[in-house]
Design a protein around this ligand. Structure first.
Ligand SMILES: *[C@@H]1O[C@H](CO)[C@@H](O)[C@H](O)[C@H]1NC(C)=O
Length: 489
């Protein structure tokens, strides 16, 4: 036993020796060919020991091999760890702008036919790990040309549908009948998961543009569409069943079923005639019967009275307080911001809600302050707090941006157009807005002693800075002093 231990120690030393000599020569990094230099040296040492019996030598050689293997494993692990570390860093650095989504880069096209398209925004967590909180929300944009039919389907997700532009008819298949709903711009409606629905663009000239927020009920962050009973393109969800099953269930011979299933070939969005559009429109029978007749969307955000309005902008909110039970259940609020040209929203943040904002119209600018993106490499940074990174973007229609809770942000309309933004605010329960400027901002509301301590400045001076008579929306202009100086310069 004792000789055995000695032997092991000796081999270990041979191996180490081999390793060191190779390290010294800088050979370790070289690609290892069959003849591994460490192994060769170790084995050579084994053979050289005169005092070893043949069996000792064999053991020695074997141990050289196993030590080599162990060493390899170790190196492998180290490289993997390094790679992972590198990857993590890389991922965090990957997107300098984790909250802004471009129309052409960050959407993927799910459906594209002559009649229209459905584009789906990439998963929020695919853009950035910082968006894990809203991982289960997906945004899709449906565009349908004039007089088109979007064939019946259902989703494994709750859908909140917002009519951005154009005029639609929705057919929602209820238990015993189809409920038809006419939609105008600004209309919002909830489609419960699994409800079969079709959509008609009833306008003869104008495109229909719908935003659909999906909240998957099955696989988090992933939703699928299931096409109706018949057709080859779109392929019917029933096509997966065997003919025997279909024949037995539908009590129809195979030949007939085949004809039925192969008939529809136009894709999932296609043009239809004016007569068909008329036939699909809800009949305006003034009946007491709640089904089959015309229904309206649950509400229209454009015609609702703004929650706040001044000359520089308007904010309209529809939230759980409005007794829309489904909004409450989904913990959602819908807001519409209309910022007058050359004006800005105040710097503010939400306490609980994450904003998923879609620019509807106009141009402007966005800035968000974010602690997650501050450059880590700044090693000289030895303050007692994080540093903040400005995320900014020029806004144009079709762009999407996200503002996480607690992050102060500001939106500014361009000089020429109002900036219209529609927002799905998620996780809105208990949400409050806190502002940094304007009436009742968090600076002026801070008690005086704390304020003086925080700023190390007399509180009256501080109050003068953040207080102004307007709240929420202001003109976007520099203070007169600064403007004067600028004019001179
Ligand atoms: C936006 O506000 C302007 C007034 O600044 C108003 O004329 C316009 O109709 C509003 N747009 C919508 C869609 O509400």
């Amino acid at each position: 036993m004792a000789t055995r231990a000695k032997l092991s120690l000796a081999i270990f030393l041979f191996f180490l020796l081999a390793l060191i000599s190779n390290l010294a020569l800088g050979k370790l990094k070289e690609t290892e060919v069959e003849e591994d230099p460490e192994l060769v040296t170790c084995k050579h040492q084994c053979q050289q020991q005169r005092q070893y019996t043949e069996s000792d030598k064999r053991t020695c050689l074997q141990q050289c091999d196993s030590m080599k293997q162990e060493r390899e494993k170790q190196v492998e692990e180290e490289t993997r760890e390094k790679e992972e570390e590198h990857q993590e860093q890389h991922e965090e650095e990957e997107d300098e702008n984790p909250y802004v989504f471009e129309e052409d880069k960050d959407f993927s096209t799910r459906v594209e036919t002559e009649g229209g398209s459905i584009r789906v925004l990439k998963k929020f967590t695919e853009k950035s790990k910082l968006l894990q909180g809203i991982e289960n929300f997906r945004l899709a944009i449906l565009e349908a040309r004039a007089h088109t039919f979007v064939s019946p389907r259902h989703f494994d997700s709750e859908v909140v549908l917002f009519n951005i532009k154009g005029r639609a008819v929705l057919g929602l298949v209820r238990e015993s009948e189809t409920e038809k709903i006419t939609l105008e711009p600004g209309d919002m409606i909830h489609i419960p998961a699994g409800t079969p629905l079709y959509i008609v663009n009833r306008d003869e000239n104008e495109k229909l543009l719908l935003a659909m927020l999906h909240i998957p009920v099955s696989t988090p962050g992933k939703f699928e569409e299931f096409f109706g009973p018949g057709g080859r393109d779109p392929e019917s969800v029933l096509s997966a069943f065997s003919w025997n099953v279909l024949q037995a269930a539908l009590q129809t011979p195979k030949g007939k079923l085949e004809r039925l299933f192969n008939q529809q070939n136009e894709g999932s969005i296609f043009k239809i005639s004016r007569e068909r559009v008329r036939a699909l429109a809800p009949t305006k029978k003034s009946s007491w019967w709640p089904f089959g007749g015309e229904s309206k969307a649950q509400f229209n955000i454009f015609s609702k009275r703004p929650t706040f309005s001044n000359g520089y902008g308007r904010l309209t909110e529809v939230g759980p307080d409005d007794e829309k039970s489904w909004l409450q259940r989904l913990n959602l609020m819908l807001t519409f911001t209309n910022i007058t040209q050359r004006s800005m929203s105040t710097i503010h943040y939400n306490s609980h809600a994450t904003k998923i904002a879609l620019v509807m119209d106009g141009r402007g600018h966005l800035q968000i302050s974010c602690p997650h993106m501050s450059s880590r490499s700044d090693s000289k940074h030895d303050k007692s707090s994080p540093s903040y990174h400005r995320i900014s973007a020029d806004l144009k229609p079709g762009m999407v941006f996200v503002v996480p809770p607690g992050h102060p942000f500001v939106t500014i309309a361009s000089n020429k157009e109002n900036l219209l933004i529609i927002c799905f605010e998620v996780n809105v329960r208990d949400n409050k807005k806190f502002t940094f400027a304007g009436k009742d901002n968090i600076v002026s509301s801070l008690d005086n002693v704390a304020k003086e301590l925080a700023f190390n400045y007399p509180s009256e001076m501080v109050n003068g800075v953040s207080e102004r008579k307007e709240s929420l929306f202001f003109p976007f202009e520099l203070p007169s002093e600064e403007r004067g100086r600028r004019a001179v310069a």
